[in-house]
Design a binder for this molecule. Sequence first.
Ligand SMILES: Cc1ncc(COP(=O)(O)O)c(C=O)c1O
Length: 499
Amino acid sequence: MKSPAGLLFSGIELDRDSTTPLYRQLYLQIRKQILTGRLKGGIRLPSTRTLSQELSLSRITLLNAFDQLIAEGFLVSRTGAGTFVGDEWERSASVEPQPAVPPTLSDLSQTMLSLRSDHFRGVSYAHCGADTPTSFLPSHGAFEAFPQVVWRRLLNRHAQKPSKALLGYGELQGLIELRQAIAEYVFDARGIDCSAQQVVIVSGAQQAFNLLAMLLLNPDDPVWMEDPGHIAARIAFQAHGCQVIPVRIDDQGINVQQGIADCPDARLVFTTPSRQHPLGVTLSHGRRLELIDWAAANQRWIIEDDCDSELRYNGRQLPALYAMDQHDRVIYVGTFSKVLFPSLRLGYVILPNALVEPFCTMRAVMDRSPPTLLQAVTAEFMSEGHFIGHIRRMRALYQARQQCLVDVLQRRLGDFLRITPVDAGMHLIAWLPPQLDDQEVARQLAVHGVHTYALSDYCLQRYLSPALLIGFAGTAQEQAEQKVDALVQALRAMGLLSK
Ligand SMILES: Cc1ncc(COP(=O)(O)O)c(C=O)c1O
């Protein structure tokens, strides 16, 4: 049998250059030896004098480590007899380590995991941050143009002297000041006449989609989903066991008549009327009326995802679908992820009155409302006028960025890509030669460090030509040439362009 002294000495490695104090390193390593059963309960440790010589440590260092281990019950000191590993570690020490068994997961989480991996299959953008110089990812905005100074001032104001309300759990529906600011903003910007009572703050649109699926849908319920459409929302409905029914997009937006012909019994439709995601089409006035009429006549729900209606550069901005609905069938979902920044994790749902309480009950099952401090800062950012000013600046900036990127792409790649600039949003569509597989192109580009999304990732059925989504909002004019050059070099290395 190995002696305790031998066991202890052989298992301890101290790093004298580390910023972690030596007593703490010793404490952590002895604790680990006890927890893993290497040092068994009841055994006597060598004296501090022996340890101090063998480990070349001062006795003070040893005593500091031992004191903490004794206080936590890992060691026991018996007067006159020495220091022992606590008896209660006997049982855990005698347990043989078991081979790792994969955890048994619910059917729901297994569905979610497989959907998620399906979604991320192949396109390796996971490690691509907003600072990656060759990223064309659509979700990356001009973070450097965010009014940090104003934001910090508001943040400090609330953080330095937080009210009791700010430190408590907060209202389940969200901070009233933010709900009021949102109700005023959507009235002016989207023609929505609602009260703050109908607004619920959520931690991003994605939470709203999941909560709405829980609230309104049963497993196997059919849901119309725009095809191509927002992947994360599709996954939420699929994870809730719903049947997702693809409804195609044409130049007027979602084809309502096709939806009615293919699946008249759908319980809900998910749509992005102000800028179809990802193609960028605006849902025409006629289609809006068809959709509302169908929902009203059949008691169906419409989720209107209006994630970036603020970012419109050309064409007429129609009022929100919610504003046109006289039958309480539309649920409006907005987010601050595009106009402010996604890590804020703040979004909002505007509900027909009858759904407010059930929705809040659902959310209480999941969590409370998002951090009140950030809600308070966002509310003030809006009420002091910074929000509108920021939107105006971003609109001008993104329009200029799109124009510049389109010019460079046309000049350098006009024979290879067919570029469709967009009237709204943060990305354009670059159509590839028809024989190419866009997922394979996106995957290969990612290997060369150039990050885009493949259009077919957004499709339930393949009926569109292959294309890439190229984000322009995160590409400053002075970077456009260099970024497009990286794209050209990658396409050459992939053998898709002649040298
Ligand atoms: C179509 C669409 N809807 C909503 C969102 C916003 O999601 P969240 O508020 O959860 O960040 C995004 C974000 O990328 C999106 O692309």
